[in-house]
Design a protein around this ligand. Structure first.
Ligand code: ADP
Length: 319
């Protein structure tokens, strides 16, 4: 391959820039040119394509968001949209593509691969919800942002002897809530993977209160319900002061952690190696501390399972 493309797609995640940098530097190291595609698949259709040189990815390893911008692109779901994208790739001499994004973006990459343009999926999403990989780029940064927020909320919760319900991101996957709950010492974690038991939550709140617990932290994954809805349910059954905090988009931003930058660098470089070998339709992941390759279909057809032993442990540790 003489020339490849790189784009970021779907929800942005801290560390995407580090992945783009790795793709560009690794490719140029092997004398392959890299075209940066702006605004995800929309930019591919519209031809927003610019050659990236070594300097163009300087000073971005530490930046959150994505310098290539991201977008959701309904037009790419259509055959016509995909043909336009392929025509642009041909026009710009792009022979292979690295797609950094979530499972929706992988579907797009698979469509291109099946039409003769090998594409590789690099997992970039704060939700950590892609089957086949233990971690996605951005999860660790988002987790640390959530922990920082929980620690701050805990101070005020203690001072005022209040119960706080904190809503975190995660549409279908509870990893962010689960990890943040365990690391933040939450009394209760509510995630999409486990049907919550209201009686049990109320019992824990009451017994904690009776033995003089100063505060209680409940983490709710947005995929289950909003923190406000959850607060309403609790207030119907228990007479305690409850405050709600919705962390929202601060979870997506910020300087990527070292762990996310390392992951992004390993994944980006591997994606280039795979394209150099002419391979496509594959996703990259991390399993047991090893970088692995697997079928992209597996990534978007499977369902990632949360580690429920962590859920059980958090309950044991927060009695
Ligand atoms: P994420 O990649 O974070 O899961 P989305 O699900 O929004 O985000 O997907 C990002 C983009 O990927 C979509 O806007 C669309 O352009 C493309 N895409 C999603 N699903 C498909 C599909 N089935 N076929 C082709 N392209 C798709």
């Amino acid at each position: 391959m003489k020339r490849i493309g790189v784009l970021t797609s779907g929800g942005d995640a801290p560390g995407m820039n580090a992945a783009v940098r790795a793709v560009v530097r690794k490719a140029i190291y092997h004398e392959i040119e890299v075209m940066g595609i702006y605004n995800g698949y929309q930019g591919l259709i519209d031809g927003k394509i610019v050659q990236l040189d070594l300097g163009s990815v300087g000073d971005i390893i530490q930046r959150g968001g994505t310098k290539l911008y991201s977008a959701r692109c309904p037009e790419f779901l259509t055959e016509e949209g995909q043909q336009k994208a392929i025509a642009q790739m041909k026009k710009h001499g792009i022979e292979g593509l690295v797609v950094i994004g979530g499972d929706g973006s992988y579907r797009g990459a698979m469509a291109l691969t099946s039409k003769g343009l090998p594409s590789i999926g690099v997992p970039g999403t704060i939700d950590n919800d892609i089957p086949g990989t233990d971690y996605t780029i951005g999860f660790d940064t988002a987790l640390n942002t959530v922990i920082e927020a929980i620690d701050k909320i805990r101070d005020t919760a203690t001072s005022h002897e209040r119960t706080f319900i904190i809503e975190v991101m995660g549409r279908d996957a509870g990893d962010l809530a689960l990890w943040a709950g365990l690391a933040g010492g939450a009394e209760t974690i509510v995630i999409p993977e486990v049907q919550f038991n209201l009686e049990d939550i109320l019992l824990r709140l009451r017994s904690g209160h009776e033995r003089g617990k100063k505060h209680s932290i409940i983490i709710v994954s947005e995929g289950v319900m909003s923190a406000n809805e959850f607060s309403k349910i609790l207030k119907e059954h228990i007479d305690i002061e409850i405050r709600v905090s919705v962390l929202g988009h601060i979870q997506r931003g910020g300087t990527p952690t070292a762990r996310d930058r390392v992951l992004a660098s390993l994944f980006g470089a591997r994606a280039v190696e795979m394209l150099m070998e002419g391979r496509g339709g594959l996703a990259i992941g991390m399993r047991n501390h090893q970088v692995v390759e697997y079928s992209m279909t597996e990534a978007f057809q499977g369902k990632r399972k949360a580690d429920l032993s962590m859920y059980k442990l958090s309950k044991e540790l927060s009695i």
